[in-house]
Unconditional design. Structure first.
Length: 454
């Protein structure tokens, strides 16, 4: 590893909870001898040395140099190979005082521990065979989940949904490889056609295609969707923004140009993480601050996943916004809204969605349209295996290519020993997904994105 130290022989320590004042905090250690070293700075040393796996032990952490009591704690003991990392490890449940936490961690470093690198505890779990790479990636996905649905999908991956699917595909491919090896080692007829179970290959391809089809859903729940509220001043953007947030975050006023810069916030739409933007009204202006806000609005719109364009239904579509509106209308991710339909005599034209933020008319229809644009018919229930890792997607696509090359080679009569390389390449791709085949660079790139202490 180049940038971080992931030497599994070292004793490591890290704060597993945020560096913030709190009622309680958790400090984790791992490595051969970590229980004995922790016992050296614990009041009830023999109790800790003889503690069973998965036990909780009360006492005080002592300064390694002076014997001074640093904090009243509970120490959880996990013995190899049963703990999270597969190594001996301890967790210290202490008070969440920032000076106190620093003292305890420095104390561990004084007795031979080093600071854990990002994701090192999960890396050790992977290195010990406690989990494959798909489960390891799911750990960080759970930590960073932006909605209940995202957390549920990540939990499915952690429980082995992806690993199990990949293993099923491996069995199918291995069945074919075994048949090829027998034909190559014991050819019954040099000139005859070798029997190879192509149906297993086809089934493997279908399963891979099924996993790949979940990627859009997975990325939606992992990264969220950028939704921009746009339109002229006083069209109702800020009112809709506040309605989505269920709070008065954006100032609502009849004065034109009230919103001069964009506001943003995260919301959950049926479990979908949405990063929503309230933007400056689009109009001609001589105010330098408002002009800058409008420029920023244009930049945000250029990078939006969905643009919701509001038109003041009491005034209608103004001539000066026609060019912008017609340009945006060509985009597939565009939703035209006719606002203020609660006003007497105001109704939405046929090609608009009508909405009233005052009495919530049209909101369910708007939310349903947003979901349609987000998933484009690819929604996957959360009890299915769903991938959200670009690494996994790329390897699955490569595996699919190799399997198709193998089938085409067989159909074209290419020598069996040559096409065998294609199907072995496909198997290697699956091995990379689960971590049976990997490199230090891949592991470092993955685990270095984890938080410290996980």
């Amino acid at each position: 590893m180049k940038n971080f130290n992931y030497d599994t022989d070292d004793l490591v320590v890290a704060l597993a909870t945020p560096w913030a004042e709190s009622a309680l905090a958790i400090i984790r250690t791992s490595g051969k001898g970590s229980i004995e070293r922790t016992a050296d700075i614990f009041t009830n040393r023999d109790t800790l040395l003889n503690a069973k796996h998965n036990s909780m032990n009360y006492g005080f952490i002592l300064d390694s140099k002076t014997g001074e009591r640093l904090d009243e704690v509970l120490v959880a003991v996990f013995r190899a190979p049963n703990g999270y990392t597969g190594q001996d490890s301890t967790e210290i449940y202490c008070h969440g005082s920032l000076p106190g936490l620093k003292k305890i961690i420095d104390n561990f470093k004084n007795i031979g521990f080093r600071n854990a690198s990002p994701g090192e505890f999960t890396f050790r779990a992977f290195a010990s065979g406690k989990m494959d790479l798909t489960r390891a990636e799911a750990v960080q996905d759970i930590v960073s989940a932006k909605s209940n649905e995202a957390q549920s999908l990540a939990l499915n991956r952690l429980s082995g949904k992806i690993e199990n699917k990949i293993n099923e595909v491996k069995k199918l491919i291995l069945n074919t490889i075994s048949a090829i090896e027998i034909q190559l080692d014991y050819p019954e007829d040099e000139g005859g056609l070798a029997y190879v179970p192509i149906d297993s290959v086809l089934k493997a391809e279908g399963m891979i295609e099924g996993l790949l089809s979940t990627y859009t859903t997975g990325r939606v729940y992992k990264d969220g969707v950028k939704v921009v509220l746009a339109g002229k001043t006083n069209a109702g953007k800020s009112s809709l923004f506040n309605l989505f947030l269920r709070e008065d975050r954006s100032i609502v006023s009849e004065v034109h140009g009230t919103t001069r810069d964009y506001l943003e916030s995260w919301i959950s739409l049926g479990g979908i993480p949405i990063r929503i933007f309230d933007t400056a009204g689009l109009r001609e202006s001589t105010d330098s601050v408002e002009i800058e806000g409008i420029k920023r609005t244009q930049n945000i719109m250029d990078n939006a996943d969905i643009i919701i364009y509001l038109v003041d239904g009491s005034l209608g579509l103004a001539s000066e916004e026609l060019d912008t509106f017609n340009k945006l209308k060509e985009e597939s991710s565009f939703i035209p809204l006719w606002s203020k339909i609660d006003i007497e005599g105001v109704s939405a034209p046929a090609d608009f969605y009508g909405i009233s933020t005052q009495n919530h008319i049209g909101v369910p229809e708007l939310e349903e349209r947003m979901k349609e644009l987000i998933f484009k018919g690819n929604y996957i229930p959360n009890n299915d295996a769903v991938i959200d890792s670009e690494r996994q997607k790329d390897l699955l696509e490569k595996c699919l290519i190799e399997l198709r090359l193998f089938r085409n080679g067989m159909a074209d009569g290419v020598a069996l020993d040559l096409v065998a390389q294609d199907i072995k390449e496909a198997m290697d791709c699956l091995g990379e997904i689960t971590g049976e085949i990997t490199t230090d660079d891949i592991l470092e790139n993955m685990f270095s994105n984890f938080c410290v202490g996980k």
